[in-house]
Write a protein that binds this ligand. Structure first.
Ligand code: UDP
Ligand code: MG
Length: 154
């Protein structure tokens, strides 16, 4: 099954929203294949946000992402990348649709609660960037057969 990568950003830690955000992913039927708390540094953020290093907001983004430790997660499910991006909502929380995580929990374009991989290709790169292989667990949840139809589990 497909895997995607999520960061619960420092604003989520500061505001005590960790449980509520994780609860949404679990209620949806996504499984946690990996989870840990870690302190990000400039090196990993320059890789992770390489597409943004030239943007004027990059220094404040880096500072914001290092403000507290973050929680990184590897979530698993059918079409997990697309599903989690849809649940995340638009980058700017003020524009994100109600019902999405950013739309329901935030007011900022930068302090926007979560990062979520934007493609299957980037999900693989990001999981490998933030997790060691032994930190990603392969197990079969008993609820799988209640969440999916048989032909969706092929
Ligand atoms: N960001 C920002 N200002 C902007 C655009 C992005 O501070 O104008 C921050 C924001 O925290 C966002 C992150 O940079 O989540 C990565 O930007 P990206 O365009 O990849 O958005 P995302 O994929 O997170 O929706
Ligand atoms: Mg992005």
């Amino acid at each position: 099954m497909e895997q995607t990568f999520v960061i619960l950003k420092p604003s989520t830690i500061q505001r005590g929203l960790v449980g509520q955000v994780i609860d949404r992913f679990q209620r949806k039927g996504l499984f946690i294949a990996g989870i840990k708390m870690m302190q990000l540094d400039e090196k990993i953020l320059r890789e992770h946000y390489a597409h943004l290093v030239e943007r004027p907001f990059f220094p404040t983004l880096v500072k914001s992402m290092m403000a507290t430790p973050v929680i990184v997660m590897c979530l698993k499910g059918k079409d997990a990348v697309e599903v989690v991006r849809a649940m995340t909502g638009a980058t700017n929380c003020r524009k994100a649709a109600p019902g999405t995580i950013r739309g329901d929990f935030g007011m900022s374009g930068q302090e926007n609660i979560v990062h979520a991989s934007d493609s299957v290709e980037n999900a693989v790169i990001e999981i490998n960037r933030f997790f060691r292989p032994e930190e990603i667990f392969d197990y079969t949840p008993l609820t799988l057969r209640a969440i999916y139809a048989p032909d969706e589990l092929d």
